[in-house]
Design a protein around this ligand. Structure first.
Ligand code: IMO
Ligand code: MG
Length: 421
């Protein structure tokens, strides 16, 4: 049995939750591989709205094991709140498993995130201020504390060392100092609560593969936020692309099956950084309102614009996408005219080669093709054939240029408002 993967194709918030929700109904295990509570995956089930930041949304299926992989950075406080929320809504949390190797976020990571943003001044990244970057820094610096250390209460000494070091920096900038005793007390409490969920997930996943179980990897963030392939430095601090799935779970490349790239029929971005097809104007405002483009995690209004096929082709390339999942086709269909970016023009030449280099992008101009909108209500369309001509033309062109088949078409907000091709 192959492991299927759902990844973000652009700058996040493509509606990965909806596709994951559908696919996890047939999955025995659903895994988060990278990132932390910078992610926000909203899904609506039985009239209840959930916004998951850490727990794989597969947890809502009774028979699906929800695994937080080793590549994730875990804020225990947030995780415990999320566990409580799942329980209070009448769902079981018994199927949650957390990797013993996942790194833990501490209050100094969150404070460091804020300090670093402040120091970047006008070059700020616009992080979610959840401590994600500093936690990954400690992981690579090899002073991180892992879930196993936490729940086995082997973290006091390294934690004290870390706090001393970080406090030296906070002192320099007149930031509040971290109280060692308080953090130890607080985290011992978390350790007790989380202990029963922490296991060796690498062996767990491989045992499941041997038993022919279906595994689904839930991507967070997205290709253009990737530390290697994204618009550096305006990126997150992990690899939300396909490589991160392998390193974030211990699942080797030979096990990977379908790799679905999720996108919206338009585009959006939170935080700073280049964004060529951004519509910082009335059109962008309209898309934001129609698509409710406000952050799940930070509530920030998202920057909105047209779909960029140059970027999508790049996402297809670096991830080896086998299928596209296009959300918000209903939303874009509310506009009268729709534009699709089909190339970048630079020095009089048009290219399909994407660049993440801000300086490079500065001289590029998007080349647009215009499509007719007014799709009408498509929420009842069950097949691609049922879609209105205008919608078909738009989708066909995307497929034609990116050369990856469309496998899912989002036709509305409801859980089942989706065409499976
Ligand atoms: P989901 O999984 C959208 C963005 C932040 C910022 C940059 C770095 O919901 O698609 P970080 O806090 O990670 O250091 O911030 O990355 N970012 C996201 N944008 N959706 C996300 O996740 C994001 N996770 C991080 O806005 O620009
Ligand atoms: Mg988000």
């Amino acid at each position: 049995m192959k492991v299927d993967v759902v990844l973000g194709s652009f700058y996040g918030d493509e509606g990965k939750g909806k596709i994951i929700d559908y696919l996890s109904q047939n999955a025995d295990i659903s895994v988060r591989c990278t990132g932390g509570n910078n992610a926000g995956h909203s899904i609506e089930i039985e009239g209840k709205k959930f916004a998951f930041h850490l727990i794989p949304s597969g947890i809502l299926n009774k028979n699906t094991l929800a695994v937080i992989g080793n590549g994730v950075v875990v804020d225990p406080k947030v995780l415990i709140e999320e566990i409580e929320n799942v329980k209070q809504n009448g769902y079981s949390i018994e199927n949650l498993k957390i990797s013993d190797k996942a790194h833990v976020i501490f209050p100094y990571h969150v404070q460091m995130d804020k300090l670093q943003e402040e120091l970047r001044k006008e070059n700020k990244i616009g992080t979610t201020a959840r401590g994600i970057g500093p936690a990954y820094c400690d992981k690579f610096e090899r002073c991180g504390i892992r879930m196993a250390d936490l729940v086995n209460e082997k973290f006091e000494e390294p934690l004290k060392r870390n706090i001393q070091n970080k406090n030296e920096i906070f002192k320099l900038y007149n930031y509040p100092l971290i109280d060692e005793k308080e953090v130890i007390k607080e985290y011992k409490k978390y350790a007790q609560i989380l202990k029963k969920y922490v296991v060796d997930t690498v062996n767990l996943l491989h045992n499941a593969l041997e038993e022919n179980k279906k595994i689904l990897c839930e991507g967070a963030q997205a290709t253009l936020l990737d530390i290697d392939f994204g618009s550096y430095p305006y990126v997150t601090s992990s690899n939300p692309t396909i490589g991160g799935v392998c390193t974030g779970t211990g699942i080797g490349a030979k096990y990977i099956g379908e790799v679905y790239g999720v996108l919206k029929a338009y585009s959006s971005r939170v935080g700073e950084g280049p964004y060529l097809t951004e519509q910082n104007n009335k059109i962008g405002d309209t898309i934001r309102e129609l698509g409710h483009e406000y952050g799940t995690t930070t509530k920030r209004p998202r920057r909105c614009g047209w779909l960029d096929l140059v970027a999508l082709k790049y996402a297809a390339m670096v991830n080896g996408l086998t299928g596209l999942a296009i959300n918000h086709v209903d939303t874009i269909g509310k506009l009268e005219k729709i534009k699709l970016c089909v190339g970048y023009e630079k020095d009089g030449k048009v290219t399909m080669n994407f660049s993440v280099d801000s300086d490079d992008l500065k001289d590029c101009k998007p080349v647009y093709e215009e499509f007719e909108g007014n799709f009408g209500d498509i929420s009842n369309c069950k097949t691609r054939e049922d879609l209105p001509e205008n919608a078909k033309k738009y989708l066909n062109r995307i497929e034609e240029l990116v050369k990856v088949p469309i496998k899912f078409i989002g036709t509305g907000a409801a859980r089942n408002a989706m065409i499976i091709c």
